[in-house]
Design a protein around this ligand. Structure first.
Ligand code: SF4
Length: 328
């Protein structure tokens, strides 16, 4: 969702250099952005201040004499390194009390605007908003895609359908495993020539194992098996993707893959998959969106009642569209 900001900055400074300071678990996503020159690894431990590491990193950045820094997260600690690195212009949303860390502040709350525009606003003077932020777009790389497929024993042209069953946020964003399993069975019957694989992090491996067992199909469980860069390359080359509202969903959208995005407690108006090839499955119950990690009502009807056949129909439509429309 930060890529449109990169595109706007690049448009404003075509000759400029854009480096991104990012934790290792998202570095490959920024590396896949055509606008980004270099990704620099940031300290990773969520919630910890890590004074020593941040100070050392700031010292490492100083000789680069950056003119400006856009601070995307709202936390005070995320604004610390650019301040310590002596970057003169530090742009960010108001966020946590960080009056002197950010010296060009914008005031708006993340729930008030779609996240893409929320980030894209940073490219403009305060008071001006990014009404027409471009949709996120990641750059495909044929040789990386081929290599990632080879590492998984997949041929370059072998049809690949990816299921992304994880959502770090919590169970209220995870479609039930039995539904993913039923979807996998339908897909295996519809496209017997395709490889159907589950993709995600090692934390999602158990979920994927359960889905594979419940489906009774020969599914590939790639959760935890691929570095993130390979996961991106596989998504980029997939013929169809079904994902919960997660980072994987946004990656598939940014690669313009035929995609079905499953929404539970979150709101597709706030964080939609911004792609003409994406379809949204959301029941929009009276109680939704509640944005909770676990269902406060205890039933998670928003996901439990979302039928596999409905998601399957959406997937067929998304994939049909792909064969009718040339890639953009
Ligand atoms: S309250 Fe409604 S939207 Fe929230 S998790 Fe429960 S069923 Fe889903």
């Amino acid at each position: 969702m930060a890529q449109p900001l990169m595109a706007l900055i690049r448009r404003q400074a075509p000759e400029g250099r854009i480096d991104v300071l990012a934790p290792p678990h998202v570095g490959p996503v920024f590396a896949a952005m055509a606008e980004v020159d270099e990704v620099i690894e940031a300290p990773n431990q969520h919630g910890k201040l890590q004074w020593r590491e941040r100070w050392q990193l700031a010292r490492r950045l100083r000789p680069s004499h950056y003119d400006r820094c856009y601070v995307l997260p709202n936390s005070a600690k995320s604004a610390l390194v650019p301040f310590l690195a002596g970057i003169p212009e530090r742009i960010g949303h108001h966020g946590e009390a960080r009056y002197w860390l950010i010296n060009r502040r914008r005031v708006s709350g993340p729930r008030e605007r779609p996240m893409v525009e929320f980030y894209a606003d940073l490219a403009f003077e305060p008071g001006r908003e990014a009404d027409q932020a471009p949709d996120p777009l990641l750059a495909r790389d044929a040789s990386r895609e081929r290599a990632a497929r080879e590492r998984q024993g997949l041929h370059a042209n072998e049809p690949l359908i990816l299921l992304c069953p994880g959502a770090e946020y919590g169970p209220a964003k995870r479609w039930p495993t039995r539904h993913f399993a039923a979807l996998a069975s339908l897909a295996a019957m519809e496209w017997p020539e395709a490889t159907i694989a589950l993709i995600g992090s090692a934390k999602e491996r158990a979920l994927a194992t359960e889905i594979a067992a419940l489906s009774g199909q020969d599914l590939r469980n790639l959760c935890g098996e691929t570095p993130l860069a390979d996961a991106l390359a596989l998504i980029a080359s997939a013929q169809g993707v079904v994902s919960n509202d997660s980072g994987m969903m946004h990656v598939a959208a940014a690669y313009r893959r035929p995609l079905v995005a499953v929404f539970g407690s979150s709101d597709p108006r706030h964080t939609p998959p911004r792609s003409p090839r994406a379809r949204i499955e959301w029941l929009h119950l009276e109680c939704s969106p509640c944005f909770e990690r676990t269902c406060p009502l205890g039933h998670t009807h928003c996901l439990n009642k979302l039928a596999p056949v409905s998601v399957f129909d959406s997937l067929k439509k998304a994939m049909r569209l792909e064969t009718e429309r040339p890639s953009r």
